[in-house]
Write a protein that binds this ligand. Structure first.
Ligand SMILES: [Zn+2]
Length: 183
């Protein structure tokens, strides 16, 4: 998977009127929240997923348990990775937001459009420098999983966030979700 372009900040002006009408969960596209846009290409080889891809990803990024996905009536993205894993750009969107949650650079909105070769991802952020760093780290993480390579995620997050990292606990059914996120 390759990042072809990162535009930050990004303002989808031409689509503003349309997004306003389409659905309330996409209103973030038309408000003043800072946004970035990634153009992503997916190669055929990327699609040969390791068998344990979904499980490994959730183990590395428990924050995915706390992300709601509009594709699934706003239930946890972690529950639906198996259905979504062939849409790698959409998985990347959730990975980047998950990383942002671990450094509190979150704004918790994202959208993925396009097809399985070329996709456009729009994500909101708070801090531009950290948004860029988490984007690159998200791509490194995804490519490491696809190539079955090891990656020390916590160490790399600490490197971009002055040694600090917020590790989300694994989701326990009994515990009420403390916060609500929409994508
Ligand atoms: Zn989603």
């Amino acid at each position: 998977m390759k990042l072809l372009d990162l535009t930050i900040p990004y303002e989808p002006l031409e689509k503003k009127a349309l997004y306003d009408e389409v659905a309330k969960e996409y209103r973030f596209l038309a408000n003043n929240t800072p946004k970035m846009r990634l153009l992503i290409s997916t190669e055929l080889d990327d699609k040969k997923l390791p068998d344990d891809f979904a499980q490994k990803l959730v183990n590395m990024l428990p924050a995915l348990n706390y992300q709601l996905c509009t594709n699934h009536d706003e239930t946890s993205f972690a529950k639906h990775i198996k259905e979504e894993q062939n849409d790698l750009p959409h998985v990347l969107e959730h990975i980047i937001i998950g990383l942002m949650m671990m450094i509190k650079n979150d704004n918790y909105h994202g959208l993925t459009m396009g097809n399985d070769r070329l996709a456009e991802i729009i994500i909101t952020y708070n801090n531009k420098k950290l948004a860029i760093e988490t984007t690159y780290l998200g791509i490194r993480l995804l490519n490491a999983l696809l190539k079955r390579e090891k990656i020390d995620l916590i160490k790399q997050i600490k490197e971009i966030n002055r040694g600090r990292v917020l590790v989300w606990r694994k989701y326990a059914k009994k515990r009420k979700q403390e916060r609500q996120f929409t994508f």
